[in-house]
Design a protein around this ligand. Structure first.
Ligand code: ADP
Ligand code: DP6
Ligand code: CO
Length: 338
């Protein structure tokens, strides 16, 4: 309560996720409907905490990211997103959004996933909607496709759906975070913002890359194989499919016009080191999202050995050891800043 008026304020925390089967390409850009289904694992180490407060005194939305007023592009994206929530809730109020990314922003660590999952949860709660997780996943999807998967913990599938209105395009939990212990070493080689955002990169690929059809022809098969690996808790199969699927996604960007790629030389060095580790009989596999940083999948009992070898690469800045993490949660909204 503030001066007897109910405050429309809420805080949510959401974790990032790394795709084992990538979402790459949209069939509808405004509703964010994907060309293919995808599957990810939510990570315990990286997350976003976002507070949203709707206020009738505001004349526009304000967005603070990591304590600073965000730039025009990021603010406009948040504001467009809030417009959809206002429309649904039939409350025409602007908001102050304060978000802290405990993950590098726009560097291929999936900040848009944790960012929009946290924003979806905080904004819908603040405006008075009490959504079922499936509805929340659909709202998160409207902010960033990968965000719909971060509503849930563990291994999560985003079912692409077939309907034009997007009502059957949402994430579903496949395995709880404790049900298949794996390690994901997030190998940081660069933290600068990417030149080609995921959104622009996948659009250019869909529109111009002759390799994109090859992606579409095989991705659903990769997905069903990966789900089979999860059922069997077969780590070798999981790693092989995830690595293959990642390379295939990145290959499509080379065929785009103009061509582009997210890798740096350090990316290749880490990939080669992983292959080398594997040749020593230690199971390790790599995957990369839209950025130069590499996520290395291994079994928890091997994580220290894998860490030690990757740490020796001079271009590796830092390695974060991650494990499957939880879904979105609400945090108490501090009285101090009410
Ligand atoms: P990433 O690899 O980090 O997901 P993307 O290209 O998918 O990179 O998305 C980056 C964009 O996501 C940023 O430019 C910004 O607009 C948005 N974003 C990142 N973090 C947040 C946040 N905490 N709240 C709202 N939007 C965010
Ligand atoms: C390569 O979800 O960031 O990380 O929906 O346009 O916001 P928008 O894109 P985003 O794309 C993620 C692409 C990817 C693969 C994945 O996470 O599935
Ligand atoms: Co993203």
């Amino acid at each position: 309560m503030k001066n007897g008026v109910k405050t429309l304020k809420a805080t949510a925390k959401a974790h990032t996720n790394i795709a084992l089967i990538k979402y790459w390409g949209k069939r509808d850009e405004s509703l964010i409907l994907p060309m293919n289904s995808s599957l990810s694992v939510t990570l315990d180490t990286f997350y976003t905490v976002t507070t949203v407060e709707f206020d009738e005194k505001l004349t526009e939305d304000v967005f603070f990211l990591n304590g600073e007023k965000a730039d025009h592009t990021d603010t406009e994206r948040v504001s467009n997103y809030l417009r959809a929530i206002r429309k649904f809730a039939k409350k025409h109020l602007f908001a102050v959004v304060r978000s802290e990314n405990h993950v590098p922003t726009a560097a291929g660590f999936a900040s848009s996933a944790s960012g929009y999952a946290a924003l979806a949860a905080a904004a819908t709660k603040a405006i008075g909607l009490n959504l079922h997780p499936q509805e929340l996943s659909q709202f998160a999807r409207l902010g960033s496709g990968s965000a719909c998967r971060s509503i849930y913990g563990g291994f999560v599938e985003w079912q692409k759906g077939v309907k034009e209105d997007g009502s059957d395009s949402f994430a579903v939990p496949i395995l709880h975070e404790d049900d298949f212990p794996i390690a994901v070493l997030s190998v940081m080689v660069a933290t600068n913002r990417k030149k080609v955002l995921s959104r622009a990169g996948m659009k250019r690929t869909v529109e111009t890359s002759p390799f994109y059809q090859g992606w579409l022809d095989t991705v659903e098969h990769d997905l069903s194989e990966l789900k089979h690996a999860l059922e069997l808790r077969d780590f070798t199969l999981l790693g092989e499919i995830a690595e293959r699927n990642a390379l295939k996604m990145h290959a499509t960007t080379l065929g785009a016009n103009p061509p582009f790629y997210y890798w740096q030389s350090a990316t290749m060095e880490v990939m080669e080191a992983v292959q080398n580790i594997r040749s020593q009989g230690i199971e390790a596999y790599f995957t990369m999202d839209a950025g130069p940083n590499v996520k290395v999948l291994c079994l928890p009992e091997d994580e220290q050995k894998v860490y030690d070898q990757l740490k020796q690469i001079p271009s590796v800045k830092k390695i974060f050891t991650c494990h499957p993490g939880p879904g979105v949660t609400f945090l108490p909204t501090g009285e101090a800043d009410v």
